[in-house]
Design a protein around this ligand. Structure first.
Ligand SMILES: [Fe+2]
Ligand SMILES: [Fe+2]
Length: 287
């Protein structure tokens, strides 16, 4: 790594300049996920913050989770699971930034969440909601990079056009790191579980996923399909192939892909409507 790369990486990976998280997060992290009384305590803590609760319920009612019509935080915890609600709480401040300043990336993320859920359900996988959350969060590193190094991000965009390379490659050349690594670092800092952190870290290189390869494969595949559909903006317009490691892990065949692409078209109309609704008032209370 050259000096400039070292400097930029230092800026990105500085925990002191991470977006401020709601104070309730620390309290949430200190509670155990498996203990029943902790779950009730968590719901109570989150519900005490009305803005945060409204944001979580908005996201919980997003098409990523199949329109559950979740109306309370304790319901969200029961329907979506504590891990999902915790990561929604943790991500809500980031999502707010993303939804206002980078609609294209927000739609790409939301779309990947929805398609991840679609694939997980189609293949009959367990923990569909957590897979959807991993999809929703997979490019969160891009938000951190653009928050901290907005000027260098212009350079990334220029390099993508000039060299016709993927965003990941341009990031590696400029920062000596990439959004997958930054996203996973962030998720670890926020104490998200490994089953969310690993898909974020490995979504561009499925073969490196050791413990959660199925979840990683789903997120990778959803990312590719959403790019191929032209929905949202992930930063570059080049559609990669689905990696062999994902074909193998999910035992995919051409017919499954064809069926998924068909289901996806209808879903994307819902996602677009949801995204537009959010842009009109992210902080408004849920219906
Ligand atoms: Fe990515
Ligand atoms: Fe992506």
């Amino acid at each position: 790594m050259d000096e400039k790369q070292i400097e930029l990486k230092k800026i990105i990976m500085d925990t002191k300049t991470l977006p401020t998280l709601p104070g309730v997060i620390n309290k949430l992290n200190s509670l155990s996920d498996n203990d029943k009384s902790s779950v009730q305590e968590m719901a109570r803590i989150v519900s005490s913050d009305q803005v945060l609760s409204a944001r979580i319920l908005r996201l919980a009612n997003s098409p990523s989770y199949g329109f559950y019509r979740v109306s309370t935080i304790s319901n969200a915890m029961i329907l979506l699971g504590v891990n999902v609600v915790k990561s929604l709480a943790i991500s809500s401040s980031i999502f707010e930034v993303m939804e206002k300043n980078s609609v294209g990336l927000w739609e790409h993320s939301l779309g990947t969440g929805v398609v991840s859920n679609l694939i997980a359900k189609k293949l009959g996988l367990p923990e569909c909601e957590e897979i959807a959350t991993a999809g929703l969060l997979h490019d969160i590193g891009k938000v951190i990079i653009s928050l901290k190094c907005s000027e260098a991000v212009c350079e990334v965009r220029r390099m993508i056009d000039e060299k016709q390379i993927y965003m990941l490659e341009a990031e590696q050349e400029i920062f000596g790191t990439d959004h997958a690594e930054v996203g996973a670092w962030l998720a670890k800092n926020w104490f998200l579980p490994d089953k969310l952190t690993e898909p974020i870290f490995c979504h561009h290189n499925v073969a490196t996923s050791e413990n959660h390869r199925i979840k990683t494969s789903v997120v990778h595949m959803a990312d590719v399909l959403i790019k191929a559909s032209g929905f949202g903006d992930s930063g570059d317009n080049y559609v990669p192939q689905i990696q062999q490691a994902a074909w193998d892990a999910l035992k995919l065949n051409e017919q499954i892909i064809a069926e998924l692409v068909e289901d996806l078209e209808d879903k994307l109309v819902e996602v677009k409507n949801f995204s537009l609704e959010l842009q009109q008032g992210f902080d408004a209370p849920p219906p």
